[in-house]
Design a protein around this ligand. Sequence first.
Ligand code: NAD
Length: 244
Amino acid sequence: MNLADKNILVVGGATGIGHAAASVCAAHGGNVIVADQNETAGRPASAAIGALFVSVNVADEASVRRMFDTIAARYDHLDVLIHTAGVLRGAFVPVAEFPLETWQTVMDINVTGSFLCAKYAMPLIKKAGRGVIILVSSVAATGVSSSVAYGSSKGSVSSLGVTLANKLAPDNIRVNVVHPGGIKTEMKLSVIGREAELHGQSAQQAIAQAAAGTELGEPEGVGKILAWLASDEADYVRGFLTTR
Ligand SMILES: NC(=O)c1ccc[n+]([C@@H]2O[C@H](COP(=O)([O-])OP(=O)(O)OC[C@H]3O[C@@H](n4cnc5c(N)ncnc54)[C@H](O)[C@@H]3O)[C@@H](O)[C@H]2O)c1
């Protein structure tokens, strides 16, 4: 896979799947920019792979606009947007007790964040004359989720991807949506810990077991697919792609 000379923005690239994608992109010659709310993890992780780090809260329109202003000051154009930022809140909370505030936070970050990043990436991608947008949804979009808000938000992210693909094809912009399964990241492992607690078991032990086992995939596995989708080799891929 050749990503030489491609300017690639990985939103949510401080940790987990996003960081794995940013690392693979950088290793294959991409000029990588990592954007994330988590500066503590994001700055050193970006420096280690030679990526520029930009702080952003994807749920805040002014913050997203500022991030793209920062990028526009450094880069002439953007070739690829990989959007992995997301949160899972409200796992195992019954529907009747699910707080509206939690629902809104999840929707703001997962859905509105994906929309805002795609929206404000547009001028810089259009300057390249062609481009790629990759949204990270989840198998929870069409399957089972521990959180009513998370599952619903990922269904919306997938639909957003289909809509964007249709609207942006005339601009030579390919939009793909990736649906990962269970992957060993902080997000997934904390849900496993919570589930164990609800069953009166030790969260720490359940997390350690899941992290050591093979049932969950590694972030690098999805990272490689995201990087490949960013490349010209994936030009003929349309729509969704499901991973383990
Ligand atoms: N781990 C899994 O099993 C799994 C499965 C399916 C889908 N996903 C999706 O993959 C993506 C990456 O998740 P992960 O598992 O690597 O978890 P993660 O928590 O390691 O990564 C999420 C990243 O998003 C960032 N983020 C959260 N809110 C933000 C905000 N408001 N503004 C900017 N950045 C923000 C976090 O700081 C973090 O770096 C998410 O969209 C998640 O829903 C994960």
